[in-house]
Design a protein around this ligand. Structure first.
Ligand code: HEC
Ligand code: HEC
Ligand code: HEC
Ligand code: HEC
Ligand code: HEC
Ligand code: HEC
Length: 310
């Protein structure tokens, strides 16, 4: 016979143990720094790790104090942004770069890399309007993040469970094409989260359904970070299943093409299984020298792949 008192103690102990399990489970959902992933995957997948170190994603947000050279703009006595005001740098500096001050607001001008000049912009609350897409593992409630830049866990999900059980990790290529594209769409789209307070989803995790976390704004004019919003309206989406990673190598492995394209553009579009019946000479005989399929079908980088004029 177990006394009532002892039974209560056992129950309490069981509740405690269960509680610890729950805490353990939530720790098991933690994000891991990319250096942890690289410890094993550098030897297992050298092309992935070497490629990844060269591309823009991991440098999408940089701390100016740790790396002053991250700032590509010309900052001087007359510039609208002073080097000393910059806390974080947004964008590695391919086309443009923006800056966040110590108050976590964006500074009032961005640097255009292509035009080599400052462009005035409206001041935004970076915590709700920017940072979620430029870091890994953003905690919206605390406005903290696991790692600067777009690193492994941003696309593979919180990685700590994988350390105990190697099968527990999202491999986007094992998802349906829709869910796979959402892994990229969590950042490459325009809209708001479901509370409308954030310009990015705050509850989405890779493998999940982005539509439950994000309201797409269906942008009609060209703009930054809206490739998924545009792609969804194209014939490449849906049953065709021509997702982002069919054209872009996600880690930049084994490619030196711009924007991590798997092949030069014309080759990519007319390759096996794709537009084999369209070649530049017969389909676009009047196209200027150096033109590609993208010149007419991706004007301003648009990912709706529309016919010109449509
Ligand atoms: C202790 C070594 C180790 C570490 C650290 C590690 N991995 Fe792995 N990972 C493995 C091994 C081993 C496999 C192969 C598992 C298999 O094929 O059964 C693997 C497989 C994978 C796969 C493919 C899974 C699949 O289903 O195809 C992905 C993606 C992956 N790891 C990502 C990561 C990420 C992201 C991190 C950092 C959070 C990480 N790994 C950290 C050892 C590691
Ligand atoms: C956590 C947010 C996030 C996720 C997830 C994400 N991206 Fe990005 N991506 C960015 C940001 C931010 C940049 C800009 C980086 C920069 O210029 O510093 C970027 C840049 C790019 C670029 C341009 C690179 C260049 O050289 O100009 C490509 C291509 C790209 N992403 C493709 C993808 C694909 C494909 C996926 C899904 C497999 C994906 N991204 C997932 C945020 C994300
Ligand atoms: C929904 C996700 C998302 C949000 C929110 C977001 N970005 Fe980005 N940002 C991206 C992605 C994805 C890219 C790369 C794709 C592109 O340039 O079209 C990018 C690229 C950039 C670049 C580099 C552009 C270039 O072409 O070199 C800058 C600068 C930038 N963002 C600044 C900002 C600022 C400032 C904010 C807040 C006002 C912000 N971003 C909010 C996802 C986002
Ligand atoms: C921008 C999103 C993104 C980021 C960031 C990312 N991956 Fe991946 N990863 C993918 C996608 C998508 C696949 C599926 C492969 C494919 O479709 O080519 C993948 C596949 C893998 C695989 C499995 C390879 C295979 O052959 O199936 C490993 C291992 C892996 N990634 C490791 C990493 C590591 C380590 C990092 C960080 C250094 C990382 N990934 C960062 C998107 C990403
Ligand atoms: C059918 C092939 C194809 C698919 C699918 C595709 N892209 Fe692209 N993407 C391209 C090409 C080609 C370029 C270069 C365009 C140029 O040079 O004008 C590009 C450029 C980009 C850029 C650089 C900025 C810009 O807008 O030019 C980003 C970022 C990007 N793609 C992200 C994505 C994401 C995210 C997806 C999935 C939602 C995606 N792409 C799907 C072919 C593709
Ligand atoms: C000089 C501009 C130009 C170039 C370059 C170009 N196209 Fe086109 N493309 C067009 C026009 C215009 C149409 C519409 C013709 C029509 O409707 O009869 C079209 C139609 C198409 C269509 C049919 C689209 C639909 O929705 O029915 C496909 C597919 C296509 N092009 C693929 C390609 C590929 C692949 C390349 C590169 C090898 C390419 N195009 C290069 C101008 C161009």
């Amino acid at each position: 016979m177990v006394s009532l008192k002892l039974r209560a103690v056992i129950v309490a102990a069981l509740i405690c143990a269960f509680g610890l399990l729950l805490v353990g489970a939530s720790f098991a959902q933690d994000y891991k720094a990319s250096k942890t992933c690289k410890m094993c995957h550098t030897a297992m997948h050298p092309a992935i790790v070497q490629g990844f170190d060269k591309i823009a994603h991991p440098k999408a947000l940089q701390d100016a104090a740790k790396n002053p050279a991250a700032v590509v703009a010309v900052c001087d006595a007359n510039s609208p942004v002073k080097a000393a005001d910059i806390k974080y740098v947004l964008g590695v500096g391919k086309r443009g770069q923006a800056y966040i001050g110590a108050d976590m607001k964006t500074l009032p001008a961005e640097w255009s890399v292509t035009e080599k000049k400052w462009v005035t912009t409206s001041v935004q609350d970076a915590k709700t309007q920017c940072i979620g897409c430029h870091v890994t593992g953003y905690d919206a409630a605390k406005a903290t993040w696991a790692e600067e830049g777009v690193n492994c866990d941003a696309c593979h999900g919180p990685g700590s469970a994988h350390l105990a059980d190697k099968t527990k990790i999202v491999n986007p290529k094992k998802l349906t094409p829709d869910k796979e594209a959402m892994v990229c769409g969590q950042c490459h789209s325009k809209g708001t989260d479901t509370t409308k307070a954030y310009a990015f989803p705050i509850t989405y995790k890779p493998g999940g359904d982005l539509a439950q976390a994000f309201i797409d704004a269906q942008p009609k004019t060209a703009g930054r970070n809206q490739q998924y919003s545009e792609w969804k309206t194209s014939k490449h989406a849906g049953p065709a299943g021509v997702t982002c990673v069919k054209c872009h190598e996600p880690h930049g492995a084994n490619t030196t093409q711009p924007t991590q394209l798997r092949k030069p553009i014309v080759e990519l579009c007319t390759g096996a299984g794709c537009h084999t019946n369209k070649d530049m000479k017969t389909h676009a005989p009047l196209a200027p020298a150096g033109a590609t399929c993208a010149t007419c079908h991706m004007r301003f980088g648009r990912h709706d792949f529309a016919k010109p004029g449509a």
